[in-house]
Ligand binder design. Structure first.
Ligand code: TRP
Length: 455
C-alpha cells in the first residue's frame, strides 16, 4: 500500500501517550505485582530493571527503528527491509503472537469490566463472604465471563474501528491521563495505612536467595510483556510515526514511564495487602498469583476507610489501562489484515474480534468447564500466557535484535537512529545501543533460555 495513504499520529505527545498506553496495562497493574510477589519481591525487581536496560531497551529501540524505516505492518516491513527473504515470516509470527496475547488478555479485561460494574453497583463492597469464592464462582461460570470478555473485546474493536488518530491516539491520550491521576490517589490511600511500610520494605529490600533460573525467565518475560515488545506492537505504532521523531529518546521515555507505573501500581497494592494483613493478624499473602488483584485486593478495600471509593477508582484504572493496551494488540492484527488481505478497517476489526474472541472463549472456559483440559500440563489460559510472555516475546525480541544488528547495515541503522544525521546523538551512545542490540541482547536472551531449559 502506498505510504501516502497510511494514517499517522497527529502529534508527538499523542504518539508518546499511545505507546505508553500500549505499554502500561494489565501487565503493570495485574501481572507485575503478583509476579513480584511470587518471585520474592525486591530481588525480582532488581533483575527486572537489569533486563530492562540490557535487553529490553535495545530491543525496543530496534523494533521502533524497524517500524519507522519499514513504515508498514510487521509482515510487510520485513519484506521491505529484506526483500524476498524468509524474514517476513518473523513479521507474520509477530502478528500471530499479538493475536494470541489478545486472546487471553481480553479475558482478564473482561474480569475488570465485571469488577468495575460490581464496584459501581456496590455489590463488591457489600459482599460478606470470602472473596475467593466470589471470584471463583464468577470465573468458573460457563457464561458470565464470556459475556464480559466479549464486551471488553467489543470496546477495543470500536476504538480501533475509529482509526489511528480518532481512535487510538485520542483515547490513549485521555485514558492515560485519567489513569495516572487515579493511581496516585490509590497509592496515597494505600501508603497512609498503618503497617504499609512493611510492604514497601518487601518491594525494595532484596533477598537474593530467592533468585533461580525461573526467576530470571519470569523477569525477562515480564519485562517484554510490560513494554509491549517482541510481537510487532511497537513496530506497528512506529510505522505511524513522523520521521523527525527521536527514536532512542522516545523509547527510553516510554520504558521509564512504564517501569515507574509498574512500581507505582505495586505501591498501590502490596503495602495495602501488608497493612490489612497486619491489622487482622494474618500473614500477608502477596503470592496469591493471578487472583491477587481480584481476590486479595477487594478484601483489602473492604477493610479500609474509604475502601469503596478506592475500589471503584482502582478497577476503573485497571480497565482503562487494559483498553489502551488491548487496542495496540488489536491494531497489529488489524493493520496486517488491512494491508495484506486488503480489507476495510471495519472488516478487519470484525475478523479480529471473531478470531481472538473465539480463542478467548477457550481461555475463559479453562477456569470452568474446561478446567481439566491441559496443554503441556497447563490450562489453556496459562498455556497462552506462558508461551507468549516467556517464549514467543523473547524469541521475537531476539530475532528483531538480530535483524537490526546483523541484517540491517550499520550505516542504515545509524542513519535511522540519528534521522539521517539531523539529531545530535553522541556517537558513543549510538554505538553503545548498537552493540547492546547486536551482541548483548541476543546473547543474554539465549543464555536465559538455555539456563531455563537446563535447570
Ligand atoms: N504491555 C501491555 C501490558 O503491560 C500488554 C501488551 C500490549 C503487550 N501490547 C503488547 C504485551 C505487545 C506484549 C506485546 O499490559
Amino acid at each position: 500500500m502506498a505510504p501516502k495513504s497510511r494514517e499517522t499520529f497527529g502529534s508527538r505527545m499523542g504518539m508518546l501517550l499511545a505507546m505508553a498506553g500500549s505499554a502500561i496495562g494489565l501487565g503493570n497493574i495485574w501481572r507485575f505485582p503478583y509476579t513480584l510477589g511470587q518471585n520474592g519481591g525486591a530481588a525480582f525487581l532488581l533483575l527486572y530493571v537489569l533486563m530492562l536496560v540490557l535487553i529490553c531497551l535495545p530491543v525496543m529501540i530496534s523494533e521502533y527503528l524497524l517500524g519507522r524505516r519499514g513504515g508498514s505492518n510487521p509482515f510487510r516491513t520485513f519484506d521491505i527491509l529484506a526483500p524476498g527473504t524468509k524474514w517476513r515470516w518473523i513479521g507474520f509470527m509477530a502478528v500471530l503472537s499479538s493475536a494470541c496475547i489478545l486472546s487471553f488478555y481480553c479475558v482478564v479485561g473482561g474480569w475488570s469490566v465485571k469488577y468495575l460494574a460490581d464496584a459501581c453497583s456496590g455489590v463488591l463492597m457489600s459482599f460478606d463472604g470470602d472473596y475467593s469464592d466470589l471470584f471463583g464462582s464468577f470465573i468458573s461460570n460457563p457464561w458470565k465471563p464470556l459475556f464480559y470478555t466479549l464486551v471488553f473485546l467489543g470496546i477495543t474493536g470500536l476504538i480501533i474501528a475509529l482509526g489511528v488518530r480518532k481512535g487510538i491516539e485520542r483515547m490513549s491520550k485521555l485514558m492515560i491521563k485519567v489513569l495516572f491521576l487515579i493511581i496516585v490517589l490509590v497509592v496515597i490511600r494505600s501508603l497512609t495505612l498503618p503497617g504499609a511500610m512493611e510492604g514497601v520494605r518487601y518491594m525494595f529490600v532484596p533477598d537474593f536467595s530467592k533468585v533461580t533460573a525461573d526467576t530470571c525467565i519470569a523477569a525477562m518475560g515480564q519485562a517484554f510483556f510490560s513494554l509491549s515488545i517482541g510481537c510487532g506492537c511497537i513496530l506497528t505504532y512506529a510505522s505511524y510515526v513522523d520521521k523527525k521523531e527521536n527514536i532512542a529518546a522516545s523509547s527510553a521515555w516510554i520504558a521509564f514511564f512504564d517501569t515507574t507505573f509498574a512500581i507505582v501500581a505495586g505501591l498501590a497494592i502490596i503495602p495495602a495487602v501488608y497493612a490489612i494483613a497486619l491489622m487482622n493478624g494474618v500473614n500477608p499473602n502477596v503470592s496469591a498469583g493471578p487472583g491477587l488483584v481480584f481476590i486479595t485486593l477487594p478484601g483489602v478495600f473492604k477493610a479500609m476507610p474509604l475502601g469503596g471509593v478506592a475500589a471503584l477508582l482502582f478497577f476503573l484504572a485497571l480497565l482503562l489501562a487494559a483498553i489502551t493496551s488491548a487496542i495496540s494488540l488489536m491494531e497489529v492484527v488489524v493493520a496486517f489484515i488491512i494491508e495484506e488481505l486488503r480489507r476495510s478497517r471495519v472488516h478487519a476489526v470484525v475478523t479480529c474480534f471473531l478470531l481472538c474472541g473465539g480463542v478467548g472463549v477457550f481461555c475463559s472456559l479453562s477456569f470452568g468447564p474446561l478446567e481439566g483440559f491441559k496443554l503441556f500440563g497447563l490450562s489453556v489460559f496459562d498455556f497462552f500466557d506462558y508461551i507468549t510472555s516467556n517464549i514467543m516475546l523473547p524469541a521475537g525480541g531476539l530475532l528483531l535484535a538480530v535483524f537490526a544488528g546483523w541484517r540491517l547495515k550499520r550505516a542504515n541503522y545509524l542513519d535511522e537512529l540519528t534521522n539521517s544525521g539531523n539529531l545530535n546523538i553522541p556517537r558513543w551512545l549510538s554505538l553503545t545501543i548498537y552493540y547492546l542490540l547486536k551482541l548483548v541482547a541476543p546473547l543474554a536472551i539465549s543464555l536465559i533460555f538455555i539456563n531455563c531449559i537446563l535447570s
